[in-house]
Design a protein around this ligand. Structure first.
Ligand code: C2E
Ligand code: CA
Ligand code: CA
Ligand code: CA
Length: 279
């Protein structure tokens, strides 16, 4: 229902988990947020376990509302999706991410990729291929430095339509990652069909990695399967050394999480990469 909504009553979906008054304020606030420059991207480092280097960052949107303060994306992204505002907001994110990544290439962070989250509606409305093409061209970003994060739910809806768009996007030379992998409907065949590059193991599995043998088995299996299909793996939500040690044991390729760093403003990210690069 989330992607269909335009009906007002669908708006009060219990899964959105916010009060009606707050919802309306948020919706109105979101309409003005782009014009008022209230959004910002934060960047969370992604580490290659083999080399220990920062090889990328996930761009995560932040909303600083004048009265509501900092609103979490877990709260406002569903509202943006429900109201269709995610399309212009998503375009802003893509552009801003490309602008920032192009700038850090010039500042010596060569080859550090940026990963951008996409919502289902961006595939349905708006011209995603054009938006991506324009953003890459405007800032002169090498397409191999852009990665798009899609959830499984996007891939299993309107498969042929999405497949065509994904195919066009891949032909630009960018990379594709499946976000929250393991939480949705997983089929091996679509990983090949969609020419996916990377699986992002959901943090719910990573969280209980040390305490729950089932989650450990799931992670190990995902990594083995990914490697047999020539896909890379990244674990998100890595919060402590024990998780990291286990992931290393399972030959996970990359990690992202509070153990390394929280998402941070652009200047802090650039400084972080410099401080963590072997000279
Ligand atoms: P996600 O794509 O799964 O992003 C990962 C979330 O986990 C981020 O939350 C990040 O700050 C958080 N995280 C990172 N490391 C750790 C850790 O070690 N432990 C724990 N517990 N959490 C960690 P954030 O930034 O609040 O974003 C929440 C969600 O909002 C994202 O989940 C994504 O679904 C959505 N989102 C954020 N930015 C965008 C965007 O630009 N576009 C779209 N469509 N969605 C976005
Ligand atoms: Ca993500
Ligand atoms: Ca995720
Ligand atoms: Ca998520």
């Amino acid at each position: 229902a989330k992607e269909e909504g335009r009906n007002t009553y669908r708006f009060f979906d219990e899964r959105m988990n916010v009060g009606v008054a707050e919802l309306l304020r948020m919706r109105n606030g979101l309409r003005n947020a782009l014009d008022h420059d209230e959004f910002e991207l934060h960047f969370q480092p992604q580490i290659d376990l083999a080399s220990g280097r920062v090889i990328g960052a996930e761009a995560l949107i932040r909303w600083n509302h004048p009265e509501l303060g900092r609103v979490s994306p877990d709260r406002f992204i569903p509202v943006a999706e429900e109201s269709g505002l995610i399309v212009p907001i998503g375009e802003w994110v893509l552009r801003e991410a490309c602008r920032r990544a192009a700038a850090w290439q010039k500042e010596g962070l060569a080859g550090v990729t940026v990963a951008v989250n996409l919502s289902a509606l961006q595939f349905k409305r708006g011209n995603l291929k054009q938006t991506v093409t324009d953003a890459l061209a405007e800032f002169g970003l090498d397409p191999t430095c852009l990665e798009l994060e899609l959830t499984e739910s996007i891939l299993i809806k309107d498969v042929e339509e999405v497949l065509a768009t994904v195919f066009q996007l891949k032909s630009l030379g960018l990379k594709l990652a499946i976000d929250d992998f393991g939480t949705g409907y997983s089929s091996l065949s679509y990983l090949k069909r969609f020419k996916v590059d990377k699986l992002k193991i959901d943090k719910s599995f990573v969280r209980d990695l040390a305490s729950d043998p089932d989650d450990a088995a799931i992670i190990r299996t995902i990594i083995q399967m990914a490697h047999s299909l020539n896909l890379r793996t990244i674990a998100e939500g890595v919060e402590d050394q024990e998780m990291l040690d286990r992931l290393r044991l399972f030959h996970c390729d990359e990690i992202q999480g509070y153990l390394i760093a929280r998402p941070m403003p652009i200047d802090d990210f650039i400084a972080f990469v410099r401080a963590h690069s072997p000279s």
